[in-house]
Design a protein. Structure first.
Length: 256
């Protein structure tokens, strides 16, 4: 199997796979060496690593260059989070996705909210057109690209996030999505209801109250992302070590 076929198959296995979320080429190498089956850029982690806030503030050309170099260096399947697509135009989003595909990326995360001062939902009808346009482009051009659609009712803390998610998932499946990503869902009952309601592989994300991987497998989850959590932990630890060097007046904290 090629990289795309491997990535697609990972979403069909009986047990979910854990996606290593990267922020640079070195982190991609670390995940590969640790035995991860696939990796994907965390938009927040990547943006923060370059000094930008999340929300399409990182220039797309930077994202593309990181993607190109990552594909050159690692052999495992590699996916990219492009937030809302770096455009509000379907044609421009398709162009961005095509450039990433040409660079060797095998998966795309696209979300149904628009970043800004406050994150705003696109209407179901509006975003369904976006998904359909992209899915049709992928199909017509025989692109080997896994279209993972993120829906943000739980992330936004809506009054009834499960009901909103179920309606949106149905619309996105009909439009041609290959997978569904629901960050911030943690309740086992909600997860089970979601996986029972769709034939699409369901992707959840690291959260403080997220069940363990064995439980997630029993609930029907197929993909588990870590988002920016490892990135945040790595740099929190780096900050503590930097302080220790000054406090200890030597380098023992980093050479021992």
């Amino acid at each position: 199997m090629n990289s795309f076929e491997t990535f697609k198959q990972l979403h069909q296995n009986s047990s979910p796979f854990v996606l290593g979320n990267t922020w640079d080429v070195k982190s991609a190498q670390v995940f590969e060496a640790a035995g991860y089956k696939a990796i994907g850029i965390s938009s927040q982690a990547l943006a923060n690593s370059f000094g930008y806030q999340d929300g399409e503030n990182l220039p797309f050309e930077v994202l593309l260059q990181v993607a190109k170099k990552t594909v050159e260096v690692v052999k495992i399947p590699f996916s990219v989070d492009i937030e809302g697509g770096y455009s509000r135009s379907i044609d421009s989003i398709i162009n961005n996705i095509s450039r990433l595909h040409d660079a060797g990326v095998v998966g795309i995360n696209l979300e149904d909210t628009i970043p800004g001062a406050t994150r705003q939902f696109q209407t179901i009808a509006e975003f369904q057109k976006v998904v359909a346009g992209i899915a049709n482009h992928i199909s017509r051009n025989n692109l080997q690209l896994f279209l993972n659609i993120r829906t943000d009712a739980f992330l936004l803390g809506m009054p009834d996030p499960l009901a909103e998610t179920l309606v949106r998932v149905k619309a996105y499946r009909e439009a041609g999505a290959a997978g569904i990503f629901t960050p911030c869902i943690t309740d086992a009952g909600d997860i089970r209801t979601l996986t029972n309601a769709t034939t699409l592989p369901v992707n959840v994300m690291c959260m403080p109250n997220l069940p363990g991987f064995d439980v997630l497998a029993s609930l029907g989850v197929k993909r588990i992302s870590m988002g920016p959590f490892l990135f945040n932990k790595v740099y929190a630890n780096a900050g503590q070590l930097a302080k220790l060097i000054l406090n200890d007046n030597n380098f023992s904290a980093i050479v021992s």
